[in-house]
Design a protein around this ligand. Structure first.
Ligand SMILES: NC(=O)c1ccc[n+]([C@@H]2O[C@H](COP(=O)([O-])OP(=O)(O)OC[C@H]3O[C@@H](n4cnc5c(N)ncnc54)[C@H](OP(=O)(O)O)[C@@H]3O)[C@@H](O)[C@H]2O)c1
Length: 326
C-alpha cells in the first residue's frame, strides 16, 4: 500500500481510504439498500489487512448505523486506524427526515454522539459535511476549533465547500483537509479548488472515485432496474437514461484499456484520481471484503502516460455526448 502525506498536516494516510457510507444500509433517503453488518465488519477488517489506515464515515450514513458498525469493527482490532467523520446533518430520533444544522451547539453535541458511537476519545479528521446553511459555516468552524482545542478532534476539515467558502473559513483557522467529489465523471474541482488546496497546504481526500459503483464494469441497465427502491442510485441521473448509456460506453472502452494491463476498470478509475498531484488520497466505498481487496490495489497500480492520455480522450468523448443531451 502506498502512503502519502496529508497536505501540511504531516499525517501519513494510505492512498486509498475506506468509505463507510454504503455500510450504513437503508433507512433514509440516501441509503444503499439492505446491508448485513457482518459483511460490513469483514469489509473493514479486509481493508485494514490490505494496509488501509483510515476510514471515512458520517453520522448521517444510516442515521448513526455506519458509525456504530465502524466502532464495533474497530473494537476488535489491536491497532485502530484513523477515523474521519462529519457534522451538519441531523435527524430526530425515530424519524428518517434529515435536516442541515450548523449551530455551534449542534456541532458540539453531534461530535459527542459520534465519539460515543465510534467508541473513541478523539476523531482524527472532522468535517463540516455540507456548507448549509451557508450563513452558519463560520459558527460551525469556530465550534470545530474549540473541539480541537479540547482534544476531541485532531484535524478540522470541510466537505463540499465552494472555493470562496474555503477562503472564508481559512481566514478564521487554517483548514487541514477538503473532502470534495472527484472522479472521471465529476471533475468540477479541478479548476478552482485543487489549485487553492495545493497553494495553502490543504490535504484533499476525494470521494466517490468509482462514481458510486458505476465505474466498476458491473453496471448494466438491468442491474440498475434490479436495485431495491431503498438504494438511492436507482433515481440518480448518472445511473439513468440518457446519461447511463454514455457512461456505460465509456466503461466498456476503459475496460479494454485496463485489461491490457491485467487491471480492472475500478482500479483504473481510482488510479486516475490518484494521479492528480493535488489529491492526497481517495475515499473508496465498499460493502463486501472482496470489493476493497480489489480496489485497494489501485494505490499501487501505475498506468503508463499514453494510456492515461487515451483515457482523457475517452472521458472527453463521453462529456461531449452528455453535453449534447446524449
Ligand atoms: N463528503 C461527502 O459529501 C461524501 C459524499 C459521498 C461519499 N463520501 C465518502 O466517500 C466514500 C466513497 O464514495 P461512494 O461510496 O459514494 O462511492 P464509490 O467509492 O465511488 O463506490 C462505492 C460502491 O461501489 C461498489 N463497489 C466498490 N468496489 C467494488 C468492486 N470492486 N466491484 C464492484 N463494485 C464495487 C459498492 O457498491 P455496490 O456493491 O452496492 O454496487 C460500493 O459501495 C463514501 O463511502 C463516503 O465515505 C462523502
Amino acid at each position: 500500500m502506498q502512503y502519502r502525506v496529508l497536505g501540511a498536516t504531516g499525517l501519513e494516510l494510505s492512498a486509498v481510504g475506506l468509505g463507510a457510507w454504503a455500510i450504513g444500509g437503508p433507512g433514509y433517503a440516501f441509503g444503499w439498500g439492505p446491508q448485513q453488518d457482518n459483511d460490513s465488519i469483514e469489509t473493514i477488517h479486509a481493508a485494514l489487512d490490505a494496509g488501509i489506515n483510515w476510514i471515512d464515515t458520517a453520522p448521517v450514513y444510516g442515521l448513526g448505523h455506519s458509525e456504530i458498525v465502524v466502532g464495533k469493527a474497530l473494537a476488535e482490532v489491536s491497532e485502530r486506524p484513523m477515523i474521519s467523520s462529519k457534522c451538519g446533518l441531523v435527524w430526530q430520533p425515530g424519524t428518517s427526515r434529515v435536516r442541515n444544522e450548523l449551530t455551534a451547539a449542534s456541532v458540539t453535541t453531534e461530535c459527542e454522539e459520534s465519539l460515543r458511537r465510534l467508541k473513541v476519545d478523539c476523531i482524527d479528521i472532522y468535517h463540516i459535511h455540507w456548507p448549509v446553511p451557508a450563513e452558519r459555516i463560520e459558527e460551525a468552524w469556530e465550534a470545530i476549533g474549540r473541539l480541537i482545542d479540547a482534544g476531541k478532534v485532531r484535524l478540522g476539515a470541510v466537505s463540499n465547500f465552494s472555493r470562496s467558502q474555503l477562503e472564508q473559513v481559512q481566514a478564521i483557522r487554517p483548514v487541514s483537509v477538503l473532502q470534495p467529489p472527484y472522479s472521471m465523471l465529476e471533475r468540477s474541482v479541478e479548476q478552482e479548488h485543487l489549485p487553492y488546496c495545493v497553494e495553502h497546504g490543504i490535504g484533499v481526500l476525494s470521494y466517490s472515485p468509482l462514481q458510486n459503483g458505476l465505474l466498476t464494469g458491473k453496471v448494466t441497465p438491468d442491474w440498475v432496474a434490479a436495485l431495491p427502491k431503498s438504494d438511492w442510485r436507482k433515481r440518480n441521473s448518472e445511473f439513468n437514461s440518457p446519461r447511463l448509456e454514455a457512461n456505460l460506453d465509456l466503461v466498456t472502452a476503459l475496460q479494454n484499456e485496463a485489461e491490457q494491463l491485467t487491471a480492472t476498470v475500478g482500479q483504473l478509475a481510482i488510479a486516475w484520481v490518484l494521479q492528480n498531484p493535488a489529491v492526497s488520497a481517495a475515499i473508496v466505498g465498499a460493502r463486501k471484503p472482496e470489493q476493497i481487496r480489489e480496489t485497494a490495489q489501485a494505490a499501487d497500480t501505475t498506468f503508463p502516460g499514453d494510456l492515461m492520455h487515451r483515457v482523457s480522450e475517452l472521458i472527453a468523448a463521453r462529456d461531449a455526448r452528455v453535453a449534447g443531451g446524449a
